[in-house]
Design a protein around this ligand. Structure first.
Ligand SMILES: Nc1ncnc2c1ncn2[C@@H]1O[C@H](COP(=O)(O)OP(=O)(O)O)[C@@H](O)[C@H]1O
Ligand SMILES: O=c1ccn([C@@H]2O[C@H](COP(=O)(O)OP(=O)(O)O)[C@@H](O)[C@H]2O)c(=O)[nH]1
Length: 240
């Protein structure tokens, strides 16, 4: 009999970069299928799973602003990019027979349901994976903030942030290979040390609602289930 999961309701944040794989742009379906298989393992453990997907593999609003364009329009484009990723991940989950619902922060009823807290809780209780598209629905935010927001709204017990690296380091390990890795941190320590693994607004919202953040590598298959089972490799961020 496997261990009971450490958390019963989680919010997984997968960046657009994670869905891109090694391609450099767009969605790598084999990677989306892999992430879906990891989510299926969590569901098989009885864990309720909400997912916020990023859009950076397709578009970031700052790209428009940096060329002198309108930031708000750029952010609208970025939010639409997250909808494309959400539909791709939903497709991968449905191929595995996992009931999945996409809820968008921006109404587009011909494509998916609109987000409401009630609808999201209903689908989760029915055992469906809920993918949150459109970020927060507001410009000047990120999908990290959307992850913290949805986690707070749904009463998720943890935010699982899937990244390119296996935890939080004293500096970005891609640029500083000698950076020190932490097993545990507090929300305050991330903010005080200026660790750029997640944006400040997202960390502050998680702190305010006492939601732990678990940072782990998307590249290692089975990590999500391993961490939910009480093992695995991750940095855990929680109040001291
Ligand atoms: N102190 C740090 N510890 C860990 N990762 C960091 C740190 N600073 C920056 N990073 C970077 O942040 C990334 C995590 O954010 P992610 O959402 O995957 O990327 P992005 O937001 O750029 O799409 C990691 O892949 C890593 O390269
Ligand atoms: O609440 C949100 C979430 C996202 N975005 C836009 O969508 C883009 C893609 O999201 P993000 O950069 O968070 O994706 P990730 O880095 O996770 O792939 C952002 O750059 C913003 O332009 C936004 O305006 N509001």
């Amino acid at each position: 009999m496997p261990n009971a999961p450490v958390y019963k309701k989680i919010l997984l944040k997968a960046s657009g970069e994670a869905l891109m794989g090694k391609q450099g742009f767009g969605i790598d379906v084999t990677v989306a299928d892999r992430i879906a298989a990891d989510i299926a393992e969590a569901r098989a453990m009885g864990v309720q799973v909400g997912v916020v997907v990023g859009g950076g593999n397709i578009f970031r609003g700052v790209a428009v602003a940096s060329k002198g364009g309108d930031r708000v329009t750029g952010d609208h484009m970025g939010m639409l990019a997250t909808v494309i990723n959400a539909l791709a991940l939903a497709t991968s989950l449905r191929k595995l027979g996992i009931n999945t619902e996409v809820l968008s922060a921006i109404a587009m009823p011909e494509i998916c349901q609109s987000f409401s807290q009630r609808a999201a809780l209903h689908h989760l209780e029915k055992g469906r994976v809920v993918i949150f598209a459109g970020g927060t629905g507001n410009p000047f935010f990120t999908t990290d903030s959307a992850a913290a927001l949805r986690a707070a709204e749904l009463g998720a017990q943890a935010i699982f942030k899937a990244t390119q690296v296996d935890g939080i380091y004293s500096a970005d390990p891609k640029q500083f290979p000698d950076a020190e890795r932490y097993d545990e941190l507090t929300h305050d320590e991330i903010l005080d040390k200026g660790l750029a693994v997640m944006d400040v607004a997202a960390v502050a919202l998680a702190r305010e609602n006492s939601i732990p953040i678990i940072v782990f590598s998307i590249h290692e298959k089975g990590q999500l289930a391993a961490i939910l089972g009480g093992g695995g490799t991750a940095t855990i961020v929680k109040d001291a």
